[in-house]
Ligand binder design. Sequence first.
Ligand code: FRU
Length: 484
Amino acid sequence: MNFLSTALLSITVLFSVPDKKNNKEPYREDYRPQYHFTPEKNWMNDPNGLVYYDGEYHLFYQHNPKGNEWGYMHWGHAISTDLMHWENYPIALYPDDNSEDKVNCTAYSGSAIVDEKNLLGKQKGDTKTLVAFYTSQNCGQRMAYSTDKGRNWKKYENNPIIPLDEKDDARDPKVIWHEPTQKWVMVLYRKSNDSDNSKGVSFYTSDNLTDWEWKSHIHGFFECPDLVKFKVENRPEETVWALFDGDGTYLFGNFDGAEFTPISGKMKSDWGKNFYATQTWSNIPASDGRTIQIAWMRGGEYPEMPFNGQMTFPSELSVRHFPSGYKLIRKPIAEITSIQKNILDIEDKNVIPGINDNKVKKASGDCLRIVGEFDLKTSDNFGFLVRNSTKKPGTEILYNVKRGTLSVMGVTVPLLPIGTKIKLDILLDRTSIEVYANDGQTVVSNCFTADPKSNGLVLFSNGGELGIDKLDVYEIKSVWEKKD
Ligand code: FRU
């Protein structure tokens, strides 16, 4: 071997040493969430077309197949049987009219349903037709359908189903079945006149999925509406409707199939910085009966990653009546228990400030679920540091007892104790922290980018003693395991 080839060999060896700084293995990258949905590569924003059919949950999403920035919207597609392990499928919807434009006639957000009664007349055999409603940006509201359980999609031949009105900026149709009136209802973000003050949600109805009649408009909404009927958990005879805005805020009200009458002010379903474009799954069987929601974690950062965008962990939504009125409750879906492994279990212990006794020292990691019930005792404030190391302090989740507030990454929200107790259910993934407090009454979802080498967990109390009634820490297994 001459000098040149020896030198070349050593250069090759040098460069083939695995990149410790940033793991490049697909689905193992440093900033790749391990149990939150991300596209394999390129840009993703809103969840679209969420529909359950024949044992499968479909997740479509706003997707730019050309790169890591927004634009050229298509509907990406993934399928799961448990809402956690996703199988990627080919792109479902392409821009219309062979558009190569970044915006015009691209496939913006929308929803999907099962055509139970074969209203479109497209059904093949016993397999029901899946129907997607989407905005073809600047080209009207449109429809597409699949006769093979979502594998292949065709555009409806008489599109658009609601023609473009250049002044109303309409988009993001969400279609639901309204049992009492036996009609399909579409909620659509739009302006009802030229003025920006008229931004809101219009309600349309249809008997056949193709002809839509405008019924009413409600102001004060912007993008990605959703309309959901809830049974009130602690008042079994009562039901109430919730109308969601794109940022997850919601109003309770009555809905007669044509008009929504609010009975509450607007409330927040998430206080974090990264929660947007919520949508619930349609067609979940009555035997299951859950309302399951997912949202885009808008604004997350994924340095040097092949993808850009992640979804929240799916939440189960319910409504409870409190002395102050109805309230939305959000909890991580129960399926999470099948990917978690208990690594720490503490009961009836005290955290005493000032002594070096981190009770959760053994539970390090970048994918954790931390479920605790704490007795405030004499503590002034307490909390966790996640992804901590001696070199770099971790990210703090802090409950301030005196103020009655929870703070995570610069977001501070009111949180009153239940008696003297605070409950926290924290989902930590590589680029997100979702804190569900007091049994899902208050939720804060944030994205973050931690130092890849810092995996420590710290529990602290300041000012006085904190009681741990119960604390379980679970390691969450990667849902991409089977890719190995
Ligand atoms: C919300 C949104 C929608 C639109 C889509 C385009 O994030 O602006 O209103 O349909 O994104 O990607």
